[in-house]
Ligand binder design. Structure first.
Ligand code: UD1
Ligand code: CA
Length: 460
């Protein structure tokens, strides 16, 4: 049996260098909070039930965000340093096996690297293994001091480094795998840093060596993985890298993405095979898109579920909506929120839908507002149709039965029902139920006055 594994994620700091009122780990890159990425990567090796998150700044918000994962929380009310944060977990943690420590501000770390870290620690005889990398510009990171035996002798923080040490390119990532028994035995031995008064976890390296143990390093070739976010320029860089990784993975999985550097796709999005994504699109949040779809240039899709064989052409917005197979949306359509467009329906240019079911095969091809509506299959909505869903006080629903024909420029004053197969004359204002099979006129009859124009000209 392999030894038990647990994870500790440090997420208590405010992140002063972000110059934000929001805790650093809550800032988003690739469409989700930094700390979510860290947990996504660690959960492939260590279950959330064996993970403790140290929270402090905006503890409530961080806890609310992560609680659904099933991890535990420990609060560090005053942030006295990374070593102090880990020490807070002592009572809750397991004192056997291995502990993986991660910083909540390293969103680019991959699951396979965490697995490699654990495997390296298990294969060797060191007290701990830490992830390092070589940076051309190591400024701001702790530098790795190597021992003669090739192990890690110490980590020197930027502020305490001599100018010789500052030229060291190998840096500490803040990701460690430590023998749990030794961690809890020695965590209390770390003394406050004389300059800052903080308790640095990095000082544990020297303490372990002084106690006769060795500390190993796993040197990563890709320095991108351990980018720690301290300020917003790094946040933008992490966002760029996460999105580039996402489009690359989707392309490897069979999605065509045109000019991928112009496309923004959040980490949680899924897209099926042979779907084509055009330039300058944004596909965000919890969106899933099926196979053989087309997503046109400039479209933004957020938290929506798009089935297969759907065309969303240029410059559409789709928010929290469901679109069934074969439907055609756009160009220039707005599916504002909570809509369900059923199979093979067509929504055309300058049509806005809000809280509306739009039935299978129905069409609204141009210039309409359909809000709080339940529209059956086979319906035709003429250009300029408006559901008047708001009376200034409350919202009301419009129900349109199967195969109804709504003529152009109709004004449908809700609450209202147009029963199945009814027919609304163009330009009508409809305020009362239209029965099945009926034709409804809601406009004044036309009057023609013969000869009126020439009579008026003579007068002037
Ligand atoms: C830390 C490391 C440094 C490493 C770098 C990698 C230490 C002393 N230094 O520096 O060697 O190169 O990360 O990115 O560990 N946190 C708490 N409680 C605290 C302090 C911090 O939870 O009391 C959390 C923060 O929320 C953050 C993480 O720990 O998620 C790292 O803290 P941060 O202040 O960013 O450390 P660095 O100065 O970047
Ligand atoms: Ca940091």
């Amino acid at each position: 049996m392999t030894s038990p594994l647990q994870a500790i994620v440090l997420a208590a700091g405010l992140g002063t260098r972000m110059k934000s009122r929001k805790a650093k780990v809550l800032h988003e890159a690739g469409g989700q909070a930094l700390v979510q990425h860290v947990l996504d990567a660690s959960e492939s090796s260590i279950p959330a039930t064996a993970t403790t998150v140290v929270v402090g700044h905006q503890a409530e918000a961080v806890t609310a965000l992560l609680k659904p994962r099933g991890c535990s929380f420990v609060s560090q009310t005053v942030q006295k340093g990374t070593g102090h944060a880990v020490a807070m977990c002592r009572d809750l943690a397991c004192h056997e096996g291995l502990t993986v420590i991660l910083y909540g501000d390293c969103p680019l770390l991959t699951a396979s690297t965490i697995t490699r870290l654990i495997d390296t620690q298990r294969a060797g005889s060191s007290a701990a293994t830490l992830i390092t990398t070589l940076l051309d510009n190591p400024h701001g990171y702790g530098r790795i001091i190597r021992a003669d035996d090739g192990g890690v002798a110490a980590i020197v923080e930027e502020k305490a480094a001599t100018s010789d040490q500052k030229s060291i390119r190998e840096i500490n990532s803040g990701i460690y795998c430590i023998d749990s028994a030794l961690l809890w035995k020695h965590i209390g031995d770390i003394q406050p840093n004389p300059a800052s008064g903080e308790i640095y976890l990095t000082d544990l390296v020297e303490i372990l060596r002084a106690a006769g143990h060795s500390v190993a390093a796993l040197l990563l070739e890709d320095p991108n993985e351990i980018l720690g976010i301290n300020q917003r320029i790094e946040l933008a860089e992490a966002d760029r890298i996460l999105r580039a990784r996402k489009t690359r993975q989707l392309m490897l999985d069979g999605v065509t993405i045109l000019q991928p550097e112009t496309v923004s796709i959040d980490s949680r999005v899924s897209i099926g095979q042979d779907t084509v994504v055009a330039p300058f699109t944004q596909i965000l949040g919890n969106t899933s898109i099926g196979t053989d779809c087309f997503i046109g240039a400039g479209s933004v899709i957020r938290d929506s579920s798009i089935a297969s064989n759907v065309v969303i052409s240029e410059y559409c917005f789709v928010g929290t909506s469901t679109v069934d197979s074969g439907a055609r949306i756009g160009p220039f359509s707005r599916l504002r929120q909570d809509n369900h467009v059923e199979s093979n329906a067509h929504i055309g240019n300058f049509v806005e839908l809000k809280k509306t079911r739009f039935g299978a095969g129905s069409k609204a091809m141009h210039l309409a507002y359909l809000g709080d509506s339940d529209i059956g299959p086979g319906v035709n909505i003429g250009a300029g149709t408006i559901t008047c869903n708001y009376d200034g006080v409350a919202k009301h629903r419009t129900t349109i039965g199967d195969n109804v024909f709504v003529g152009s420029n109709s004004t449908l004053v809700a609450p209202l029902t147009l029963e199945a197969s009814s027919y609304i004359a163009a330009g009508s204002v409809i305020t009362k139920t239209v029965p099945t099979d009926a034709l409804a006129f809601g406009r004044s009859p036309q009057t023609n006055k013969p000869g009126w124009v020439s009579r008026r000209r003579k007068k002037s």
